[in-house]
Design a protein around this ligand. Sequence first.
Ligand code: IVH
Length: 677
Amino acid sequence: MTEQEQILHLREQLHKHNHNYYVLNMPTISDQEFDGMMRQLQELEALHPEMYDENSPTQRVGSDLGNEFATVRHSRPMLSLANTYNLQEVEDFYRHVREELDGAEFQICCELKFDGLSISLHYEDGKLKRAVTRGDGTQGDDVTQNVRTIKSIPLQLPKDAGFPREFEIRGEVLMPWQSFERLNMQRERDGEPLFANPRNAASGTLKSKNSMVVAQRGLDAYLYFLLGDELPSDSHWQNLQEARKWGFKVSDKMILAGSMEEIAGYIDHWDKERKNLPVATDGIVLKVNSIRQQKSLGMTSKTPRWAIAYKFQAEQAETILRQVVYQVGRTGAVTPVANMDPVQLAGTQVRRATLHNADVMAALDLHVGDHVLIEKGGEIIPKITAKACPSAPGSLPIRFVSKCPVCGSALVRYEGEAATYCPNETGCTPLILGKIEHFISRKAMNINSLGPETVDDYFARGLIRDAADLYSLREEQLISPTLADSKSVRKILDSINESRDVPFERVLFAMGIRFVGEIAAKSLARHFGSMDALAEASVEDMLRINGIGNVIAGSVRKFFDDERNKDFVRRLREHGLRMSASREQEQLLSNILAGKGIVISGVFRHHGREEYKSMIERHGGKNLGSISGKTSFVLAGDNMGPAKLEKARKLGVRIMGEDEFLAMLADTGGPDATGEA
Ligand code: IVH
């Protein structure tokens, strides 16, 4: 089965089980099996965004998997607005309203169009009763618990504020730029994917199953529409002023316009000024102010005739394309980037723009020297949207590269994915760095004193070639007069050291086997109990686990069949990382040091101290802190402390050098004895 077929199959199965459980009350599989299938589907869908289906079981995930919000019907449908993109269309709207109202006076309320997601709030006796997302306009998700954490939404209105007993107020939940930037910085540090814009971030947050997460993310809400049977006024504008008095956040940027000139002035003003607002806006909303007049204008099937949205033009600029270069990301994805003559756009000078992927690039049919139009969209990096004029005759067409610009490997495209990848996971620098970053990330080994820059620096200095090398780092290698003092180095080494206690399932996740996410790693670790058992497991063995399908099983098998990966695992083991669910299960390499107590002292050349400690344990020995009569021998590197040396001599304790020690272990069991090939 292809992954796409698996997705369809799982959806069908889950729909059936869902019905059995939730409707018929007669489940035919265990909750655990159900959860496993659901997780597998979630993982596959995450890999295949093009297979998105709003009716997928993952979109209404039941029980403790969370994300389940009750579906609620809106008492009045939540309409959207017709969009216009130029002043001409706004004038058409204005003229149409004037004609329909038959010469009666009218005012237009001009408002900012906030770029978040719309929300409907119901209040009874001044208490927030329910908060529902727009959904399909007829029904939405009950997100009351999450909305309660948004501090600018009042939960209880002041008693004598004069609000109606029952009313609905609608508005926009959004994430202010400041919260958005903070969140993305945090996610970058944690190795999590970034949100493209504040709207996506707000929407992802509001739909989080964990309202504590929502609470921490600093969402905000502006209210712009009051509904109910007993409203304070016929004026929409006046109603919002009242709502502000009741405690709602209502924008103070709205005006009442009495002419087309005023409307045009408002649009012009905010088209420029919106850059200085604390929240994202994507246009202007124009509403006939009198509710009586709104009613007489009525609506079309989908949108009211009394309101319209004017969408801001993304700012554009024209410049000349000089060259396309290719960036290899940390996942291996290769992104084409255009180098252009510098040009001013939305307040900054731009000389580079993304071309996203091979398909986008091919569609633009670019040639060197083309005049191109660039735009800043919802994303932070500008993009080329079109050629400003046909390419010059004889100009050089630009084709997507076939080889990795960093390592020269032939690039690949996986079925159903837009990106082109460098497949050289163990040999291409950005991929290696990406793997190390993943390894140290919070949910993996949680080596939190190390950041991506430090990792890059160690790699560039040749101190590490992969994540396993982190465990061989020594203090004297890391201290540098400009970059790191001994205190911060100590901190880094401590947190590397502490990570040796990270449970096996997270070690497995940290190794970065393709498709093995946190959940799959947990299932595999629990089922097989140890790295050795997993490394020997067949695809069929793995398929017996709930939540593990062909994609994951195949990838795990492939990983362990690769000699380079075997070597990587061997080295992690040697460094004392947990290779099984419990310590007892960890195999001893030999018993040659059984009953021996060993003290380590001095600076070593071949391995780090911690490695030697772990070797001692894995050969049955015990690490001792200080020399005494019970000490069997001292494993000594260079510059052993004079006090220790003296004490060892006095007690007649044998002193063994690094080479002799390694030779002894090598005698015990062939190549694996020290954990190294
Ligand atoms: S009024 C019937 N006012 O834009 C009128 N909407 O396509 C309902 N929006 O779904 C909407 N700012 O999410 C209105 N000041 C504003 C708005 C606004 C943003 C959003 C809202 C709505 C969409 C309209």
